[in-house]
Design a protein around this ligand. Structure first.
Ligand code: NAD
Length: 271
C-alpha cells in the first residue's frame, strides 16, 4: 500500500486525546513522523506515541501549551531538532468553558479565546515561518509545483451555527474561520495551503456528558440528518485529505464533517 505521508513530519496539537489523537495515529499509520503534543496529561500523550510505534510508525511526545508563545516556539524547535523539518501542522488543541452569557466570567472568556484562537495564531505563524525557512535554506531546489507546507485548523460547526451558553467557544471558532481564510490568502503565494475542518458532534471526551446521557443523545440525533454521531476517525480522514497532495488546489476552505448538522435539520420535518 502507498503511504501517503511517507517521511513527512506532522505536528498535531492537543493529540493526547479525542480528534487530535485519531489524527496522530492516522498520520503515523500513513508513514509520517508524528509529533504528539499535550499540555497536561503526559501519560495519555505517551500512550498515543506507543500506539503509533506499535503500528510500526515513528512518533515523539512534546509538551507545550499552545496559548504560550515560548511553548509553541519550543515545540517547533524540538520538532526540527528531532526530525529536521515540518511538513504539516494540524492545529487541533481546543476546549470549552461553558456558562450562560450573563454568568460568564472574563477568565472563562479569556481561556477559550487564548487556547482556541490565539493558540491557532501562534502555531500557524511558527509553522509558516518554518515552511518558508526550510524551503529557502535547502541546497536542493524543489521543482515540484506542490505545496511546500500544509496547515489544517480545527474549527467547528459553531463557526457558523450560533451557540447560546457557549459564546466564548462560538466566538473563538468564528474567529478561526476568518483567521484561516486571511492567512490562506496571505500564504498562498508562498505555496503554503491553509484549510479548516469543522466537525459537528464527534464522540470524544469534550462532549461526554451529552453522548453518555440517553436523553441528551436522542435530542442530539435530532440535529444530525445522517442520524449518527461522528467518530474521531471520520475527522482524521478528512484532515489527512486536506493535508495531502490530493487536495493541492484546495485553499482557504472549511470542510464540514457533521452528518449534515449545518443543513438546518429542523426544516426536514417542517413541510
Ligand atoms: P478533547 O478534549 O478530547 O481534546 C482536546 C485536546 O486539546 C486535548 O488533548 C487537550 O489536552 C488539548 N488541549 C487543551 N488545551 C490545550 C493547550 N493549552 N495546549 C495544548 N493542548 C491543549 O476534545 P476533542 O473533541 O478531541 O477536541 C479537539 C478539537 O476539536 C477542539 O479544537 C474542539 O474544539 C474541536 N471540535 C470538537 C468537536 C466534538 O464534537 N468533539 C466538534 C467540533 C470541534
Amino acid at each position: 500500500i502507498e503511504l501517503k505521508f511517507k517521511d513527512q513530519v506532522v505536528i498535531v496539537t492537543g493529540s493526547s486525546s479525542g480528534i487530535g489523537k485519531a489524527c496522530a495515529v492516522h498520520f503515523g499509520n500513513n508513514g509520517a513522523h508524528v509529533v504528539v503534543n499535550y499540555s497536561s496529561n503526559a501519560e495519555a500523550g505517551q500512550q498515543v506515541v506507543d500506539e503509533i510505534k506499535a503500528n510500526g510508525g515513528s512518533a515523539i511526545l512534546v509538551k507545550a501549551d499552545v496559548s504560550k508563545e515560548e511553548d509553541v516556539k519550543a515545540l517547533f524547535a524540538e520538532t526540527v531538532n528531532q526530525f529536521g523539518r515540518v511538513d504539516v501542522l494540524v492545529s487541533n488543541a481546543g476546549l470549552q468553558q461553558d456558562a450562560s452569557f450573563l454568568e460568564m466570567t472574563l477568565a472563562q472568556w479569556q481561556k477559550v479565546i487564548d487556547i482556541n484562537l490565539t493558540g491557532q495564531f501562534l502555531t500557524c505563524r511558527e509553522a509558516a515561518k518554518q515552511f518558508i525557512a526550510q524551503n529557502q535554506s535547502g541546497t536542493e531546489v524543489s521543482h515540484s509545483e506542490l505545496a511546500i507546507g500544509k496547515i489544517v485548523l480545527m474549527s467547528s460547526v459553531h463557526d457558523v451555527i450560533p451557540w447560546a451558553g457557549h459564546v466564548n467557544y462560538a466566538a473563538s471558532k468564528g474567529g478561526v474561520m476568518m483567521f484561516m481564510k486571511s492567512i490562506s490568502q496571505e500564504l498562498a503565494p508562498h505555496k503554503i495551503r491553509v484549510n479548516s475542518v469543522s466537525p459537528g458532534a464527534i464522540k470524544t471526551p469534550i462532549n461526554k456528558e451529552v453522548w453518555s446521557d440517553p436523553d441528551k443523545y436522542q435530542s442530539l440525533l435530532h440535529l444530525i440528518p445522517y442520524k449518527r454521531i461522528g467518530t474521531a476517525q471520520d475527522v482524521a480522514k478528512a484532515v489527512a485529505w486536506l493535508a495531502s497532495d490530493d487536495s493541492d488546489y484546495v485553499n482557504g476552505e472549511t470542510l464540514y464533517i457533521d452528518g449534515g448538522m449545518t443543513l438546518y435539520p429542523e426544516f426536514a420535518d417542517n413541510g
